[in-house]
Unconditional design. Structure first.
Length: 427
């Protein structure tokens, strides 16, 4: 008997985990971290709903933390099998998981030092050692080639856009001479994004697990180039700081490319960009390494290095990060995390939100319960590390940079399936 259970990304957008069981075989598709409301974050500490030691393998769709961030926790709880991913996903996951562990450890240390914990001692959900152990289990798999998981299970990856190396998973299971195919969409990307490949048509399948992050809406018709042109010209005029919380993987590189492209075509004058995220710095190097996984040409990468450039300063160390507290505009500060749920961006927000000369640029989806959502909803006082922070900065929301397919783009992708599946699960 074949069974499919949903242990995340069900009635919420984060924590993707889908458990496929066929007799004695157990395979998990994605191992995502819950983000957002405290109630959701606490699920990361609860039992996952299955025994990680019983899992044979894990198959990952892409490297965002809500799809891979629970891996070290599963290892801590007894998982020892292989973890499959595309080559770029593996390299991005190595950076992301170590960074996530560091954030966990630093946040626990900060709360203990400042006496900000309700527990006797604040502990990280997992440690750097757990993350390193998870990384050792990562196993590369290319697009389009069947990979045997066992005698009765195999899978292959399909290009789905979204971010570098992202994939949908076509899984084929045999049960008493009956073959069943299941397609897990992963996160479907948009068409025409230069920093990823266009989604390829999905294969026909018996059962479909389809994401729906933007399944009930369309992206607004705004042009992000025009929006950033206005923002940069306004920042230069007011000598302001553009503070941009951005995901270290994909969104940071996308915005650097966009701004430098505006500069290259003389639509704006050069402006200094400060990238304060060690993970984003490493992820940018990975984007440059995997030319065949995105649409930027060699000339575009090498001509003033559009993903970096002479106007881009990369801040790897905490000491370097602290110098940005006194930075005067016009300039851009980019830091993660994108939904403002942790990382160095929190310290920049404490420093910059009370300043009316700061423009906070929110570029992307903000999950319910995150600081990003509270700011977008108009809160004038927010709490960061349990201290109240006045919000006097100007807030600008840009929707045109989303890496997720919207209502029409999802339907366009689904048109590739000519014979309807027996059942569709919308997650």
């Amino acid at each position: 008997m074949i069974s499919l259970a949903f242990h995340g990304a069900a009635q919420t957008v984060t924590g993707s985990k889908y458990l496929l069981e066929t007799g004695d075989e157990n395979v998990l598709i994605d191992a995502g971290f819950f983000q957002g409301r405290r109630e959701l974050r606490l699920r990361n500490w609860a039992s996952p709903g299955f025994n990680p030691a019983d899992l044979q393998q894990i198959v990952l769709t892409h490297a965002h933390i809500d799809h891979i961030g629970y891996l070290p926790r599963l290892v801590k709880l007894g998982f020892t099998g292989k973890v499959y991913a595309t080559a770029p996903t593996i390299d991005l996951a190595k950076v992301s998981l170590i960074d996530s562990a560091h954030i966990q450890e630093e946040d626990a240390e900060y709360r203990n030092r400042k006496n900000l914990t309700r527990h006797r001692v604040a502990l990280p959900l997992f440690t750097t050692e757990d993350a390193e152990q998870a990384i050792r289990l990562l196993t590369p798999a290319p697009y389009g080639q069947w990979q045997d998981l066992s005698r009765n299970l195999r899978f292959r990856y399909h290009i789905v856009g979204h971010i570098l190396g992202a994939a949908s998973v076509e899984l084929e299971a045999t049960d008493n001479d009956r073959k069943v195919s299941i397609l897990f969409s992963g996160d479907v990307g948009r068409y025409g994004n230069p920093l990823s490949l266009n989604p390829e048509p999905p294969p026909e399948t018996d059962y479909l697990v389809c994401e729906s992050t933007y399944g009930d809406r369309m992206h607004p018709p705004e042009d992000p180039y025009t929006e950033f042109e206005k923002l940069i010209n306004d920042a230069r005029k007011r000598k302001a700081i553009l503070l941009i919380p951005a995901f270290a993987i994909s969104r940071t590189q996308q915005i650097i490319y966009l701004i430098n492209d505006l500069i290259r075509h003389r639509r704006v004058k050069p402006i200094h960009i400060h990238v304060d995220s060690p993970m984003a710095v490493s992820a940018t190097d990975i984007y440059q390494q995997y030319h065949e996984y995105h649409q930027l040409s060699h000339d575009e990468l090498s001509e003033e290095c559009l993903l970096e450039g002479s106007n881009v300063t990369l801040h790897r160390k905490r000491k370097s990060s602290k110098t940005l507290n006194k930075l005067k505009g016009p300039a851009v500060i980019m830091s993660s995390s994108g939904m403002m749920s942790g990382g160095r961006i929190m310290h920049h927000l404490i420093n910059r939100l009370p300043d009316p000369e700061t423009t906070l640029v929110v570029a992307g989806f903000m999950a319910e319960g995150t600081l990003g959502r509270r700011l977008v909803d108009g809160d004038k006082i927010v709490y960061i590390h349990k201290q109240p922070v006045d919000v006097r900065a100007k807030l600008v929301q840009i929707q045109g940079l989303s890496g997720h397919a919207d209502y029409h783009e999802l339907l366009h992708w689904l048109e590739g399936i000519q014979v309807p599946p027996k059942r569709v699960f919308v997650v």
